[in-house]
Design a protein around this ligand. Structure first.
Ligand code: IMP
Length: 196
């Protein structure tokens, strides 16, 4: 039985079954590519938690998980300035690290995370993103090895993605009825992470 849409969601972009199917496909690919490598799956709080939880449980190989938290502010002209609020618990030197992202938009956040992680000399460092908004990309050199869905330039929420800490817990990915920028103070982007 289908449940009613949350208020302010005008359409479902990706349904629960669509997400589940794609996550299973990605997990199968990762299980094949990382067999015997014991990868460390790293995500960023809080948005990536849902994807990480589902993806890691669908793997058929041993893997470890860890989380980071950052604060980033894009402002009127995106600077990509970010701050590490919570570091990894695990050492990553000599390990195969897969950065699990909920969404890559401009790519500035992922570029920052890669810079931080690369200084620790992992053996491998690649990205698995559930959503890819290529239209807004600023950083074009990201090592995106796995991509769930390419989506248009719309603001989406659900399955970990929020608008001002709301809608994360929706099981599907939906489009907000109003573009959130209109409701925000000048110079503050809805895409900035306010807190982990
Ligand atoms: P970036 O522009 O690739 O650095 O994206 C940074 C962050 O903005 C993502 O990790 C998300 O937290 C957030 N973000 C970007 N697009 C959306 C969206 O459509 N909905 C919710 N959050 C988004």
């Amino acid at each position: 039985m289908s449940r009613p849409l949350a208020p302010s969601i005008k359409e479902v972009l990706l349904s629960e079954p669509q997400i589940r199917r794609r996550v299973d496909e990605l997990a199968a690919e990762i299980s094949r590519d990382y067999a015997d490598l014991n990868p460390l799956l790293v995500t960023v709080l809080k948005g990536g938690l849902y994807f990480l939880a589902d993806l890691s449980r669908a793997l058929t190989i041993p893997a470890a998980i860890d989380v980071m938290a950052i604060s980033s502010y894009t402002g009127a002209s995106p600077s990509g300035v970010a701050r590490l609020l919570k570091d990894l618990d695990e050492e990553i030197t000599g390990r195969h690290v897969l950065l699990i992202e909920d969404i890559i938009d401009t790519g500035l956040t992922a570029a920052y995370l890669l810079r931080v992680l690369r200084t620790r000399s992992p053996t491998g460092l690649a990205i698995c993103t559930l959503l890819d908004k290529t239209a807004r990309r600023i950083v074009h050199t990201l090592p995106i090895r796995y991509r769930g869905f390419e989506i248009p330039d719309v603001f989406v929420v659900g399955y970990g993605l929020d608008y001002r800490q709301r809608y994360r817990t929706l099981p599907y990915i939906g489009v907000l009825s109003e573009e959130p920028e209109a409701a925000l103070p000048a110079g503050r982007s809805a895409r900035a992470k306010e807190s982990p």
